[in-house]
Design a protein around this ligand. Sequence first.
Ligand code: FES
Length: 124
Amino acid sequence: MPTLTVSGKTSEVAAGTRLVKAIEDAGVEIGHRCGGHARCTTCRVAFAEGEPDTMTRAEYDKLTERGMIGQHRLACQIVCDHDMAIAEVVMTRENQGWEDTGSAPEPTVTPDPATFPIDELRGA
Ligand code: FES
């Protein structure tokens, strides 16, 4: 079972869990204002370790559009399939003053769970 370290706490996560959900389950009220569809970027995180070298096309396109490529990743577009450590959860209910974190993401990555090597997306 992969582990996730966030906010100084390490826990086991069922393989295939969306990272945004795993972070939430770890007790961090991460934003997911678009419901996990790669539209809002409120779920963005910085990795300390275990950053995947693949992305969904939706994540690549959104990070490129917002000028965030290479800085942050979208937790709603990543599944926990190996050990990961998160250095920063950028937007939380607490630090943004939101009443809630957004509608619940579906269990599987949306809009399309297929991932590609980042270099391949860059060249597309
Ligand atoms: S981009 Fe909106 S929840 Fe991930």
